[in-house]
Design a protein around this ligand. Structure first.
Ligand code: NAD
Length: 281
């Protein structure tokens, strides 16, 4: 298998029976004017799973890249997200329609509530709207993002659907063991955003990551991404560079040992690089 073979990416079966490629491509901070080119590069490199959001303002570019690729729709997995200011019933329905029209799609594979925004106190109502959006066929699966334990418990108790995923900040310096355990217990898949620490945290110089990179003749970024995959996380690293886009897809020719995995696990410092979900409102 080559690094551009999409079938080299393992799939994970979600709690609703749909499958998701474990490795994808994220487009946070991808300039709307460059999104088409960058997503085209990612599709060419073999990625079939793209993670965007209404607030990234690049859904149109993502949609143009999808259309230009000629890749059959069923081979792609597209995620977008309901932004904080669109939480609520009518606003959520309007927001998914706008996202679909920007993407040029009839449905997305996964629609997420982007942040719980607890001060607004609209996430349960929004979740019930996402159930309707799924039932209307506009999203195959539905999930949440940046939800803490109490937010998850509230939507589980207050609806008929356990979120398929929770997309959370997660990297070796912030590996979220408690939330991951809750996810496992409740059949929720863990999606890791900022899998490389967003370049804000100096992960690549840490000794266990350096050592594993040397041992396997790969880059520190590949070690970190491989650590995610072996933990069972779904990841979608972002890069604007064609070279790094290919590098981040080339993760299937080596395996970290148990010792290497536990040395990287031990790097957890409980240190976020992004906002705290209780405080983003
Ligand atoms: P990331 O951890 O993927 O880091 C991206 C940065 O890492 C790049 O800008 C680049 O500087 C660097 N990088 C990428 N590949 C590299 C390589 N091979 N070698 C060295 N450096 C490399 O951070 P991210 O983009 O924030 O997270 C990934 C995706 O997660 C986003 O694009 C987005 O789709 C999603 N996300 C979601 C939320 C949320 O609130 N749900 C928040 C942030 C990101």
């Amino acid at each position: 298998m080559t690094s551009t073979d999409p079938t080299s990416v393992p799939t994970i079966t979600l709690n609703d029976g749909h499958t998701i490629p474990q490795l994808g491509f994220g487009v946070f901070l991808v300039d709307p004017h460059e999104a088409e080119r960058i997503v085209s590069d990612a599709l060419e490199a073999g990625y079939r799973h793209i993670d965007t959001a209404a607030i990234y303002k690049n859904e149109e570019g993502v949609g143009r890249a999808i259309a230009a690729s000629g890749i059959p729709r069923e081979e792609l997995f597209i995620t977008t997200k309901l932004f904080n200011t669109d939480q609520g019933t009518d606003t959520a329905h309007a927001a998914i329609d706008l996202s679909l029209s920007k993407l040029g799609l009839d449905y997305v594979d996964l629609y997420l509530i982007h942040w719980p925004t607890p001060k607004r106190d609209l996430y349960l109502e929004s979740w019930l709207a996402l159930e309707q959006i799924r039932d209307a066929g506009k999203s195959r699966s539905i999930g949440v993002s940046n939800f803490q334990l109490d937010h998850l418990q509230r939507v589980i108790d207050g609806s008929n659907t356990v979120p398929a995923v929770n997309q959370i900040e997660l990297h070796p310096a912030f590996s979220q063991p408690a939330l991951r355990a809750f996810h496992r217990k409740n059949g929720i898949e863990t999606e890791a955003w900022g899998p490389l620490g967003q370049g804000k945290y100096d992960l690549f110089d840490l000794q266990p990551i350096q050592d594993a990179a040397k041992a396997h003749d790969v880059t520190p970024a590949q070690v970190v991404l491989r650590w995610h995959l072996q933990l069972g996380n779904i990841v979608f690293p972002k890069s604007n560079s064609k070279e790094r886009i290919a590098e981040n897809f080339n993760l299937f020719g080596f395996e970290l040992t148990e010792l290497e995995m536990s040395a990287i696990d031990a790097l957890d410092e409980g240190k976020r690089v992004g906002g705290h979900p209780d405080e983003v409102n």
